[in-house]
Design a protein around this ligand. Structure first.
Ligand code: FAD
Length: 439
């Protein structure tokens, strides 16, 4: 069989699910010359999304943990194409890529099409502002590394300004309002608390950490809606002991330059506003060449993770709406890194089977629980397994389980030896660098 006749498998989106899938497909079908594997992503580097709140707080330098797609492709027998998907032609089996421009607005790549025999859409999700006035204009988001870095720059600028002018003066001048009491908002609150202490310790001491109030605003009556009550109570207790003001049952109705207004008439003054309340899949997926989508743009898939209308197109991760019958008739698999990881494994298996002309296997979501990291202060969570039932964990064990999620992602990408070397490199890096990004 000539190189041209190899089946073409394209994965669009190199995140928690897509990059693992492309790497494993490359290491298997690509290395054996059984298929041509291509990963398409809108950016040149990958960082595991659950690390973005640390990048935003400055407690992690994104450059330390990012992966270069071209280097990964070269090492793992797949091809990397830089491009942002904006359309699809299922009849011609072509992916449409938008033109790309540099920072000065000059076109560096024209609009292109890319052929496939099998397509896996893994483009993740973005924050959902639910059309609330002022959110898009005044809030920062944590969907991409650039946005997380932008937040870190704004935080540093606010801090440097206050330090140079003798501390906080105006109401809310240094305050941070985080909307969304899910894992992202909670983890960001704890990281920011830690960051303010570190900035003070590194000499920006005209600003006292107590000058900076962190407000966490959640519309539901409890934090971590959908997770066990005990877990949400333990998290609330931890945050309050750190001095984070947690506002529950407060639905945001408007965001302005000056702060956040809620339905009960409260106004929370804040210079920095972060939106972390709910997700939706990217807008271009809605009605993408006849693929079925739900109200938050997620592509509807069957248990095989093939789309409901096209056997050659799969969707995985946050952008997929996959039934979760074990929970209820209407439930869908939650948008989490562990779901994306598991879906990547199933699609790897199903693509191998499709190439051999075998039937497709079904995906069964295994909920291993949820862990919320409160930075250096604590980690709380619950583990769920068929053998264990639901078990609350806290402290060191929870921290180790939380860290193991990222290690599993790294292991899928790099293998045992390189993960070991990275751990050694990190150990030394942490001792050689400041504990927070200071520029
Ligand atoms: C701050 C934060 C903390 C989190 N913490 C946790 C946690 O502790 N545990 C947990 O399980 N989950 C957590 N999550 C959720 C988790 O990150 C996601 O569920 C997971 O990353 C989804 O994986 P994915 O592969 O679907 O998408 P992503 O990992 O988001 O990757 C999507 C990829 O698609 C690319 N892309 C997007 N649009 C296009 C396009 N049009 N064309 C080409 N490429 C495109 C993007 O560049 C990106 O590389 C967290 C999320 C955030 C934001």
């Amino acid at each position: 069989m000539t190189q041209n006749k190899l089946p073409k498998i394209a994965v669009v989106g190199g995140g928690a699910g897509g990059l693992e899938l492309a790497t494993r497909l490359g290491g298997d079908l690509g290395r054996r010359g059984q298929a041509e594997i291509t990963l398409i992503d809108a950016t040149r580097t990958h960082i595991w999304k659950p690390l973005l709140h640390e990048v935003a707080a400055g407690t992690l330098d994104s450059h330390d943990d990012e992966l270069d797609y071209l280097a990964q492709a070269n090492a793992k027998h797949f091809r990397f194409v830089l491009g942002r998907m904006d359309g699809l032609d299922r009849t011609r089996k072509e992916i449409h890529l938008a033109p790309m421009h540099n920072a000065e607005g000059r076109e560096i790549m024209p609009a292109r099409t890319y052929p496939y025999d099998f397509l896996v859409i893994a483009v993740g999700s973005v924050c959902n502002d639910f059309g609330i006035p002022g959110v898009a204009r005044h809030c920062l988001f944590l969907d991409t590394t650039e946005q997380a870095e932008q937040f870190q720059i704004r935080l540093m600028e606010a801090y440097l300004h206050a330090h140079a002018t003798g501390g906080s003066r105006g109401e809310g001048e240094l305050d941070i309002a985080i909307v969304g009491g899910g894992a992202t908002g909670i983890e960001l609150s704890a990281q920011l608390h830690q960051a303010t202490r570190l900035l003070n310790a590194y000499g920006l001491d005209n600003v006292h950490p107590s000058d900076i109030k962190i407000h966490l605003i959640e519309a539901s009556p409890s934090l971590l809606p959908g997770l066990p009550e005990r877990l949400s109570r333990a998290t609330l207790h931890q945050l309050e002991s750190l001095g984070v003001e947690v506002l529950l049952g407060e639905k945001v109705v408007e965001v302005t330059e000056a702060g956040v207004a809620t339905h009960s008439g409260r106004f929370i003054p804040a210079a920095l506003k972060v939106w972390a309340a709910g997700i939706k899949a990217p807008d271009f997926l809605q009605g993408l060449d006849g693929l079925e989508t739900n109200r938050i743009n997620q592509i509807k898939v069957r248990p095989t993770l093939q789309t409901t209308v096209d056997d050659a197109v799969y969707a995985i991760g946050d952008c997929a709406s996959c039934p979760w019958p074990a929970k209820s008739d209407t439930a869908t698999v939650p948008p989490r890194a562990q779901s994306a990881h598991q879906m990547a494994s199933l699609v790897l298996k199903n693509l191998r089977r499709a190439l051999r002309g075998q039937s497709q296997a079904d995906y069964h979501y295994h909920d291993y629980g949820s862990l919320v990291s409160l930075g250096k202060y604590s980690t709380v969570g619950n583990l769920m397994g068929n053998l264990m039932g639901t078990v609350m964990i806290e402290g060191l064990i929870a921290r180790l389980v939380y860290l193991s999620l990222y290690k599993m992602h790294q292991w899928a990408l790099f293998g045992t030896l390189r993960v070991g070397l990275l751990m050694v490199a990190n150990f030394f890096r942490r001792r050689l660098r400041p504990r927070i990004k200071l520029h």
